[in-house]
Design a protein around this ligand. Structure first.
Ligand SMILES: [Zn+2]
Ligand SMILES: [Zn+2]
Ligand SMILES: [Zn+2]
Length: 139
């Protein structure tokens, strides 16, 4: 059920959206693609050295906007970024090894819809992370 997008497909999608595929955009994407736990912006900055912090942040924002990257808010300080594998989804983050998983569950969406009746204003989005011990860390 997980259809992992191929890098070329993803990069083509960025181009289709009207963005130029600069070397630094490619480099950031390729770096994130190989990481199971994600990178913080600062780590990306260090790993790529010379790209420049402003470029890193701008590229991250762009890739998130295009739905190609996810921003994770674990409680370990700075947000981490990972490559998105499919549309709207939520995350599991292993508290032991940091591995990030994705899942979709329609009952979660229904629950959030039900909650909206008790919330003032209109919900425009949500972000759900489950902290787990992954199967590799348990065994
Ligand atoms: Zn994701
Ligand atoms: Zn783990
Ligand atoms: Zn959701």
């Amino acid at each position: 059920m997980t259809t992992k997008l191929r890098r070329e497909d993803i990069l083509a999608a960025v181009e289709d959206a009207g963005h130029r595929l600069t070397g630094s955009r490619r480099a950031i994407f390729e770096l994130l693609e190989g990481m199971e736990g994600g990178f913080s912006a600062e780590e990306i900055n260090l790993a790529l050295g010379g790209v420049g912090r402003a470029t890193v942040y701008r590229t991250l924002r762009l890739l998130i906007k295009e739905g190609l990257l996810c921003k994770l808010f674990s409680d370990e300080g700075s947000p981490k970024y990972t490559v998105a594998k499919f549309g709207h989804h939520h995350h599991t983050i292993c508290v032991s090894c940091g591995k990030v998983g994705e899942f979709r569950d329609s009952s979660v969406e229904r629950l959030l819809k039900a909650v909206s009746a008790d919330i003032e204003g209109t919900i425009v989005g949500h972000n759900l992370e489950l902290y787990v011990n992954c199967s590799e860390c348990i065994s």
